[in-house]
Design a binder for this molecule. Structure first.
Ligand SMILES: *Cc1c(COP(=O)(O)O)cnc(C)c1O
Length: 238
């Protein structure tokens, strides 16, 4: 572990986020182990990921394919005996889908069949199926990524036919809301949608929802993965 450098700020921020997660879980009568913390490291250097790793963090979320591939490959060169879990959480352009299928463990942001097929067709047979979530647009703004709630069941059916993908659940990035009550109301829609499609897909185990500003509300509504960037790594520039 000698080629890791500690970072006191990241270490203490991670501890604070873990404790916020645990508090939210117990307020919801849930076990903290049932909520995975995904550290969103977009636009942060490899050193930030290393510091988080040193503080015990194992799963990392990235949004931009080229930036992520650079970090993943640098990580493998530097720390070949370690295996972080890499989650792709950004918009998936279909020409980048092959790289995602080859280098990530998860893709949270699948919102169309064309992309799902590309991920499936390019997943190396030597790797386990790629875990995927369907990204849902809960705000009905057509500028935002994600499919409408009414289309989730159809896409879930199609994805579950693809052998190199493992459909895990639903993901959403709702627009910021002022109060926890409002935040919870939106997250509840995603939880209810997941419960509905679970009848046809009982293996679903993931609700990827909640970020730095709304993780408590998301956990109260059943989030199993919260994606937290700023609260761990600090503000991003640009
Ligand atoms: C950037 C990002 C996050 C983390 O957001 P913070 O507010 O920094 O915690 C989570 N999910 C997605 C999809 C993101 O793009």
């Amino acid at each position: 572990m000698s080629n890791f450098t500690e970072n006191h700020d990241i270490n203490s921020a991670l501890h604070a986020v873990r404790s916020e997660l645990a508090t939210a879980a117990s307020a919801a009568q849930r076990s903290p182990e049932d909520v995975q913390l995904l550290a969103v490291s977009k636009r942060k250097p490899l050193a930030a990921i290393e510091a988080a790793w040193l503080a015990g963090q194992r799963a990392f979320g990235e949004n931009y394919v080229d930036e992520a591939l650079e970090k993943i490959s640098a990580w493998q060169d530097k720390h070949p005996d370690t295996t972080p879990e890499w989650h792709f959480i950004g918009a998936i352009q279909s020409r980048k889908a092959a790289a995602i299928a080859q280098h990530f463990d998860w893709a949270h942001s699948v919102d169309r069949l064309k992309v799902a097929k590309k991920l499936n067709d390019n997943r190396p047979p030597s790797l386990p199926p790629l875990s995927v979530c369907i990204q849902v647009n809960l705000d009905a703004e057509d500028t935002k990524a994600g499919i409408a709630l009414t289309d989730v069941a159809t896409l879930a059916g199609q994805i579950s036919e693809l052998p190199a993908l493992r459909l895990r659940g639903l993901m959403s990035i709702p627009a910021p809301r002022q109060t926890e009550t409002e935040q919870r109301a939106v997250f509840r829609q995603l939880a209810q949608a997941q419960a509905a499609i679970k009848q046809a897909h009982p293996q679903l185990d993931t609700l990827s929802m909640g970020m730095s500003g709304d993780m408590t509300a998301a956990i109260a509504e059943g989030a199993t993965i919260v994606r937290v960037g700023t609260a761990i790594f600090g503000a991003r520039d640009g």
